[in-house]
Design a protein around this ligand. Structure first.
Ligand SMILES: NC(=O)c1ccc[n+]([C@@H]2O[C@H](COP(=O)([O-])OP(=O)(O)OC[C@H]3O[C@@H](n4cnc5c(N)ncnc54)[C@H](OP(=O)(O)O)[C@@H]3O)[C@@H](O)[C@H]2O)c1
Length: 213
């Protein structure tokens, strides 16, 4: 599959190299192209059947508007971005970057994923001691199937992939960043992940009937 990665930082490099190693054709889109397989941002977006947003969440919308809806139409856009303010708050409180991108580009199928862990773990889930969880949010089932396959190529088994539902659920993924930073501070490392542990057999209540005790 042809993948255009927007951003050449920690995340863009990590996931791009992971997918390249899995046999995909990867180019990176940069504001300063020239390095190997690194092209202008619009060219990377045009190249990719799947386009990946790995840019700062505070800059992503301007960058994507520069690329334009036509170059992104009919494609899957895997969004990993989170917008942080200078004081490490969220730039999209009450909503999410994933939703903003989906709203601005209705012809593009946005899937939010991977943003709840550090870049090295995105590429190599084996860096944490136990099997852990990666989330997906998006309105388009076919785009989520494509994204699931790409997650598998990075080493995330199907059983580790949790589909949260529509793109509005990207809020939870992005807002988890605040807890992520707290846990990282407590552990003294970013190399950890969370795992969703299902209920003990026979004790399950549905989300709609469960009460918060
Ligand atoms: N680092 C993590 O572990 C992690 C974890 C979860 C989520 N995220 C999110 O993933 C995204 C990428 O994170 P990252 O750690 O890879 O960031 P990074 O190292 O700062 O890289 C971001 C890249 O985006 C490109 N970019 C485009 N417009 C930009 C602008 N106005 N200012 C700065 N860079 C711009 C730059 O590539 P060019 O200079 O080549 O254009 C830059 O290398 C962010 O939204 C971040 O919040 C990161």
């Amino acid at each position: 599959m042809r993948i255009g990665i927007l951003g050449t930082g920690n995340v863009g490099r990590a996931v791009g190299e992971g997918w390249r190693d899995a046999g995909h054709e990867v180019v990176w889109g940069s504001r300063t192209p020239g390095a190997e397989r690194t092209v202008p941002v619009a060219d990377a977006a045009g190249f990719g059947e799947v386009v990946v947003n790995a840019t700062p969440g505070t800059a992503s919308m301007e960058l994507l508007r520069g690329v334009g809806g036509a170059a992104l139409a009919g494609k899957v856009l895997v969004d990993i971005g989170i917008g942080f303010t200078d004081d490490m708050g969220l730039s999209h409180p009450g909503v999410s970057l994933g939703e903003e991108i989906q709203q601005a580009f209705p012809e593009t199928a946005v899937v939010k994923t991977l943003c709840t862990m550090t870049a090295a773990v995105m590429r190599d889930p084996g860096l944490v001691a136990e099997r852990s969880t990666v989330f997906l949010s998006g309105d388009d089932d076919a785009a989520k199937r494509t994204t699931r396959a790409l997650l598998s190529d990075l080493g995330w088994p199907e059983s580790s992939q949790l589909d949260l539902g529509g793109i509005a659920t990207a809020r939870g993924q992005e807002h988890f960043a605040l807890l992520f930073l707290g846990v990282a501070g407590a552990l003294g490392t970013h190399t950890f992940n969370i795992r969703v542990v299902p209920p003990t057999a026979g004790t399950a209540t549905t989300a709609s009937t469960a009460t918060h005790e």
